[in-house]
Ligand binder design. Structure first.
Ligand code: GDP
Length: 330
């Protein structure tokens, strides 16, 4: 058995081709939910959804989010309506007092659906409506995720990191904003002063997550701040990681990041934006998989390979390096 921790890009890329190394029936994926938002009343869980759509063979592999060839009729109409009505586009937060006056799971990340600032496809939206409706019927996010995983015939077990709300809030000189406002609406451009995981101090890991973390853990190449940071901040997760063998794949080649805002966010929270900084952010990791071209000298065992993850063959190669590293530390 093996458990992979996942954001929305790196671990999914590793999963796409790792079947020969990590048999899907023996694999659990625990996904970050700090990026989630409630948009127009529907809970959108980007990292869970990427894994769901990957496992269901419908993921848009150009973007690594959303369903391939998904029509956007409803989204386009929402934009057009807002335009005709003279309503400003961009993220429209519900008023402060309403941020914690709805479904608990949506606390501090509640956006109006007017002018929908995130692109949601029509089929994608059906998932969000189903998820939210099942939550409203009384299911937990863990239960709803399993129901959706069954619907998509997911080969792995998929778990949200917690059934409690954790909202990744980026603090900028112009004030705090949810990670999705920072990344989707502002292209990651605002200066970052700090990153907060609101709700994490009272969020707990589910029994399902704790059971999964009693197995060896793999952290695919991920943004250590906004993909793995929320997980570590949830009560129970970091102590569990300290007790089990953990192998992490670097999302950097020395100080060159493959993609995304990891470097900027790491810098903001006090880590060197590099493989060395990733190792510092993961004191519980027992070994690392680094790129052949990454000469970083770490205080823990390292297995090197080409860590580019463009194809399923790449994923299998990196997964074999992970397996080798696990053998060293397990
Ligand atoms: P997010 O949820 O979309 O922010 O994505 P993740 O946190 O799951 O993954 C983002 C990280 O994956 C970034 O820091 C990238 O540097 C890294 N990444 C993307 N593509 C590759 C790749 O091909 N190889 C490796 N090693 N890392 C990658």
């Amino acid at each position: 058995m093996v458990t992979l921790l996942s954001g929305g890009t790196g671990t999914p890329k590793l999963l796409r081709g790792a079947d020969a190394v990590f048999p899907p029936a023996e694999t659990t994926v625990v996904a970050n939910t700090g990026d989630d938002v409630e948009l127009g009343g529907h809970l959108v869980c980007p990292d869970l959804d990427t894994v769901l759509f990957l496992g269901g063979d419908v993921l848009d592999l150009d973007t690594w989010w959303g369903i391939a060839d998904d029509p956007t009729t409803t989204h386009d109409e929402l934009r057009a309506l807002a335009d005709d009505a003279g309503l400003a586009s961009g993220p429209r937060y519900l008023p402060d007092e309403r941020q914690t006056a709805g479904r608990d799971i949506a606390d501090w990340r509640r956006f109006s659906g007017v002018a929908e600032f995130m692109l949601i496809g029509d089929r994608d939206r059906a998932v969000h409506i189903t998820r939210t409706s099942l939550l409203d019927e009384g299911a937990t996010l863990t239960e709803v995720t399993r129901t959706l995983a069954d619907a998509f015939d997911l080969p792995w077990d998929l778990l949200p990191m917690s059934d409690d709300p954790v909202a990744s809030i980026v603090h900028t000189p112009d004030g705090p904003m949810h990670f999705q406002e920072f990344w989707v609406a502002n292209d990651g451009e605002p200066a970052v002063e700090d990153v907060e995981f609101r709700g994490a101090s009272t969020a707990t890991a589910t029994d399902a997550v704790l059971t999964a973390l009693s197995e060896p853990v793999v952290i695919g190449p991920s943004n250590p701040v906004t993909s793995i940071g929320p997980l570590i901040a949830v009560e129970g997760i970091e102590p569990a990681l300290r007790e089990t063998p953990v192998v992490a794949v670097s999302p950097f080649v020395e100080d060159e990041v493959f993609s995304g805002p990891a470097a900027k966010l790491m810098d903001a929270v006090g880590y060197d934006p590099s493989t060395a900084g990733v190792a510092e952010a993961y004191p519980f990791a027992d070994a690392f998989v680094l790129d052949d071209a990454d000469g970083t000298d770490l205080d823990r065992p390292v297995v090197r390979t080409d860590t580019t993850l463009d194809t399923p063959d790449d994923a299998e190669r990196v997964a074999r390096a992970v397996e080798e590293a696990l053998e060293v530390v397990a």
